[in-house]
Structure formats: C-alpha cells, structure tokens
Ligand binder design. Structure first.
Ligand SMILES: [Zn+2]
Length: 256
C-alpha cells in the first residue's frame, strides 16, 4: 500500500542522525491517559482541573490536590506505553542514528517505560515530589491510593516541616530551567523534529518548535487534526503516534 505521507516522512528522516521528538497529550491518550479527564470521575466529577493546578489553591488547602495527584500517579503507573512510545525507543537503536532525544509536555513516565533513554519533562513529573518551600526532593516511597479519595495529607519535609508537593509545573509557575535549556538545545541541534500529539497552545512550551523552524530544520507533525504548529511543519501527517511512528520506524529499519 502506497502512502504519500509515509513516503514523505521517510524522505525527511532517512538521512537524519540527530532526531528530536516533541510530544504532548495525544501521545499519552493512546495509552488511555486522558490528561485531566480520566481523573475527573467519582469524587472529583465536578472538579475544575485548573483549580487543581495552582499554587494558590495548594497554599490554601493541599489535601484535595495531594489526593488528586496521587490518584493520577496511580492511573499513570497502571497505563502501558503504546506502539508510538516503543517506536521512538526502537528508532534510537537504528545504526544510522546517533541520538533520539524526547522532550515531552506529559507528566507520566510512558516514554521511559517505553524504552527511551533521553527524556526531558518540561512540565515536571507525577512521580517526583519535593518540599513546597525549600524544594528538597522527597526520596521516600509514596503510597498511591487504590481508590479515589477526597483528601490525603501530604508528608512534611524533614528539613523545614512544610508539606511535600507534586513535582509538576502549575499554572503561572516557571518551567524548570535545566529542562528548558535541554529542550532548547535539542530544538537547535537536531536534523529533524517530530512533533507528536500536541495542539501547540500551551506556552511557553509551544514556542519551542519555532526555534527549529527558524533554522530551517525539517519538521514532521503527527496529529489527526490541524494544530497551531501546522504552519511550521514541512509535513503534516494526519495520523496518530501509535499508528504513524511504528510505520515510519519499521520503514527506516528496512532501509538499513
Ligand atoms: Zn523543606
């Protein structure tokens, strides 16, 4: 079966040694994680997800938020990487490739569990915790609830006795500087950029692909629908991660 989009994607990637993959919510949706919506059930059916992602709400009453993020961590820990995650990991094994760097806006660990070695989390991680005030990382295990519950009490920092918080970036908070630098570097040092499953509306992350575009780097967008980043894409491949990426990587493997 001849597929014009696949053919074009092969042409744009077959010489690339440094691949940068930039992923968003659509990547995890195919593993059954629907960002906020999956947690909006039961005790949280009327919750506004935005209200669960602000430092002001946390300062006022951390317990509902702690319970909500631990439940999301439980759901994410039970989700499985999909064929798209595994294809990205397989790409780094091809002999013609030097590196495959992943920059994700997702806060789950599906890229890591799918086998990718270089993953930057622009918006933090559900599985990292730190002190609200002194930022000391929390190293002890955290028990995730088996069922959604309305409130849980976060542990307190052994150093300053303030509550431990989820290691995710909330509205109005700056992105982690180190991760941002890595993402910028990957954007400006790749031979091809693959944008997967992101609508391109959440800034500042959505501005990053424009760094690659400004350098004339070929860009492949994989998304079922047009997005805010379609205008900079060399190829807009109207498909999904779990469908398109295995086709592409299998084809590239066949060329070696
Ligand atoms: Zn502390």
């Amino acid at each position: 079966m001849w597929d014009a989009q696949l053919e074009r994607a092969i042409t744009l990637t077959q010489q690339a040694r440094r691949i940068h993959v930039f992923t968003g919510a659509g990547m995890s949706a195919e593993s059954g994680l629907d960002t906020y919506r999956d947690a909006q059930t039961g005790v949280w059916s009327n919750v506004d997800p935005q209200a669960m992602a602000s430092i002001d709400a946390w300062a006022k009453d951390p317990e509902p938020m702690w319970a909500w993020y631990l439940w999301r961590a439980r759901l994410a820990s039970e989700a499985e990487p999909n064929a798209g995650h595994r294809a990205i990991a397989a790409w780094q094994q091809l002999p013609q490739v030097d590196e495959v760097i992943v920059t994700t806006q997702n806060i789950d660990d599906l890229h890591e569990r799918g086998g990718s070695s270089h993953v930057t989390h622009l918006h933090g991680s559900l599985f990292r915790f730190r002190c609200t005030i002194c930022s000391r990382p929390w190293k002890a295990p955290i028990d995730y609830p088996d069922q959604p519950v309305e409130r849980l009490t976060p542990p307190t920092c052994p150093l300053c006795h303030n509550p431990i918080r989820p290691g995710v970036v909330w509205f109005g908070e700056p992105l982690p500087n180190h991760d941002w630098q890595r993402a910028e570097s990957a954007m400006t040092n790749c031979d091809v950029l693959i944008i997967v499953g992101t609508s391109g509306v959440v800034y500042p992350a959505a501005g990053l692909p424009r760094l690659a575009a400004a350098l004339g780097t070929p860009i492949i967008e994989i998304s079922p629908e047009p997005t805010e980043l379609s205008d900079i894409a060399t190829l807009s491949w109207r498909s999904t991660a779990a469908t398109a990426l295995p086709q592409l990587v299998d084809s590239l493997a066949g060329l070696t």
